[in-house]
Design a protein around this ligand. Sequence first.
Ligand code: PXL
Length: 281
Amino acid sequence: MGTVNLLPLTPPGSTPVRVLTIAGSDSGGGAGIQADLRTFAMLGIHGCVAVVAVTVQNSLGVKAFHEIPLDIIAGQIEAVTSDIGIASAKTGMLASAEIIETVAATWRTQGLEATPLVVDPVCASMHGDPLLHHSALDSLRNTLFPLATLITPNLDEVRLLVDIDVIDEDSQHRAAQALHALGPKWVLVKGGHLRGASESPDLLYDGREFHQYSTPRIDTGHDHGAGDTLAAATTCALAHGYSVPDAVGFAKGWVTECLRAAYPLGHGHGPVNALFRLHTR
Ligand code: PXL
């Protein structure tokens, strides 16, 4: 366990690389900003946060969520980027069309278009509880995707976004092309939920080249926060100047180790474990 390469560390006392997560809070501590901050910290990165929603959640599911007012969301992004500065950012749960429009507008008014942005188009929890109003899909496609360096949909999200059922390699390629046409620089179609696959086959596409990633599919009932963790680790590698294909390769290795170390929690699904490295000395 723990054979994944690490990112460069900043010496103690000097300012580390900073990244921003724009996402929801998971009261159960497994996914959302809690998962993002664990991965950022374990990779030596100072994590900043713009909370967009607070979920009422445990290992059994999401009971409710409360959306943060739009001016407070924009204010968090402005406060962080105007003072602390960020090398990259990611979005997770965004809840509504209004929040997506606010995040996109703030990204532009703060002049962040050249900053790498990973958009994880979170639509529902692993239990199927909605985390995005379906009326917001158009905002995601039309407003946020064109600002994204990379989008990282899973197969359920692909179906909602471009109406393609990914069942094999051919449909995964078609989905990548359809999603790329919506404007992001790169698309990662995650194949982790492909039925019967013994590998987790992800496909990365930038409009020209396809890159295939295959890591062993880890058979665990505890994978809450896996998608967030993959996007968070990719965001960290981009902050260190990795190319997108290298950043995704790094993040696949990271999330595989987090899955191997996943643990039971409560009465339902446990989370992936970004703290696995604390056990390897
Ligand atoms: O894993 C996606 C996700 C992101 N953000 C929040 C979540 C979840 C899944 O449950 O609750 C807040």
